[in-house]
Design a protein around this ligand. Structure first.
Ligand SMILES: [Zn+2]
Length: 458
């Protein structure tokens, strides 16, 4: 190879690899602010570009995880020590954990595969979308391709409709991956699709068949793709319109995105959201400023005009929670949904069922009780605007040991317990009479007709 070609090859290698953000030397710390003042000091950590939160600091005595770059660690630790906030290092080298999460799957592919999809590793957007196409092709009578429209970078927000019975009036909707880095979300959602199409369990069959299901594994396709190609820890969408200089850092890329789960038009920007593009909870300049949140909302409104939405579930990670509307709190206190009691009962009983399988605990409650108050979220908007009987946001595994970097080996266990959750959710919702079970009616009609037939014979 001559010198010119060598330079060319080196140039290609550098340009191909340089744009992917390295987290080498980054650490994740656990901190617990025990006073309101300490909470406020923590909030400045992100806006000053010193660290990024894995969960927001809001409540006194609530643990918060903060990710800090190598060169910022001494200033971070110094500030924490000065304020009297104790820090515990939970991840020593973030890049190591990232690499581990993406190592090629070691277990055999055969027993977990369904067409081109597997659940022993994480899959990128193209793989997920190609799989959805295969399902449409292979189940033409049951599976239909659906779309919410496009993202800000013009990617299709693609989903599928599963409908076994054209007379179904009841609708269930699953929203995956509103936040890009929460990779367990599309993994669990695709598992549910597979179960709905292949399971022989009569209860899963009934859940699949009694509803027209609208399932979107990835509603933030730009962010999800970006979390594979450029920045594993990306959360928001990829709208570059609000780009600005972020203080204390050379990384202005942080401002290229809006937190879609703060952008919906219910109680927008009132609490637990930020007007600063350099934060992970930037709510956008106004409610529904983002094409993705507008498209989700429009899709839900269209659906509601075609039938009755019974379930709307948004899948996130992490911290193992079943979050029930509403998430907002103000001087008047917590805003409770009108059937909060029923939703709480559904959530509690379903979470108990989920725990039976592997002992995994999911706490249940309004966001202010189990997480932190927030506003402008999709599931609150759906509850308020459409009045869906059971709406929740599920924070999947784990409790923070790996956080967003949940190992591949946990995809299937997490999916299994969530399927248990959904079955119990449906049992309780049905018992509370939020919908009439068609198979039960058919069964009753059969029993009555049979009794009449016998009576005539006598
Ligand atoms: Zn999330």
């Amino acid at each position: 190879m001559d010198l010119k070609s060598l330079f060319f090859v080196l140039f290609i290698i550098v340009t191909v690899t340089a744009h992917k953000k390295s987290y080498k030397g980054y650490k994740v710390y656990n901190v617990i602010p025990n006073t309101k003042d300490k909470v406020n000091v923590l909030k400045d950590v992100e806006s000053n570009g010193i660290g990024e939160f894995w969960m927001e600091p809001y409540n006194v005595n609530h643990a918060v995880k903060v990710m800090v770059a190598k060169e910022k660690q001494s200033i971070f630790l110094e500030q924490m020590e000065k304020t009297g906030i104790e820090t515990v290092e939970v991840i020593k080298d973030l890049q190591n954990v990232i690499d581990n999460q993406q190592k090629p799957a070691t277990t055999s592919r055969s027993n977990e595969a369904f067409h081109s999809m597997t659940w022993n590793e994480y899959h990128n957007l193209d793989e997920i979308n190609a799989w959805l196409d295969e399902l449409v092709e292979n189940y033409p009578d049951i599976v239909t391709e659906v779309s919410m429209g496009v993202s800000v970078e013009n990617r299709d927000i693609k989903g599928i409709k599963i409908n076994y019975n054209p007379n179904n009036n009841y609708i269930g909707m699953l929203e995956g991956t509103l936040h890009a880095r929460e990779w367990i979300s599309p993994a669990v959602v695709t598992w549910i699709i597979k179960e709905f199409l292949t399971s022989n369990d009569p209860e899963i069959r009934a859940l699949a068949e009694n509803f027209e299901w609208h399932i979107f594994p990835v509603v933030n396709p730009d962010g999800y793709e970006y979390s594979f190609t450029d920045d594993r820890m990306w959360r928001k969408n990829r709208n570059t319109m609000y780009n600005t200089t972020c203080p204390g850092t050379t990384n202005d890329d942080m401002s290229n995105g809006v937190d879609l789960n703060r952008n919906f038009g219910f109680k927008w920007m009132t609490v637990g959201a930020s007007d600063n593009p350099c934060t992970n909870t930037f709510a956008g300049p106004q409610a529904f400023s983002e094409i993705e949140s507008r498209n989700i909302a429009q899709y839900v409104l269209n659906l509601q005009s075609q039938g009755e939405i019974i379930y709307y579930i948004a899948f996130h990670s992490f911290t193992q929670l079943i979050v029930i509307p509403y998430s907002h709190v103000d001087s008047a206190g917590l805003l409770e949904a009108e059937n909060y009691g029923d939703m709480f009962e559904i959530g509690i009983r379903a979470a108990e069922k989920a725990k039976e399988r592997f002992g995994t605990e999911y706490r249940v409650g309004a966001s202010v009780d189990v997480l932190y108050p927030m506003s402008g979220t999709s599931f609150d908007w759906v509850k308020h605007e459409v009045g869906v009987p059971f709406t929740c946001l599920i924070e999947l595994r784990d409790l923070g040991q790996y956080g967003f970097l949940l190992p591949q080996e946990q995809i299937i266990p997490n999916s299994l317990e969530i399927m248990d959750f959904m079955l119990e959710m449906d049992r309780v919702t049905k018992n509370l009479k939020y919908y009439n079970d068609a198979s039960f009616i058919n069964h009753s009609i059969f029993v009555i007709s049979f009794a009449v037939y016998i009576a005539r014979l006598l």
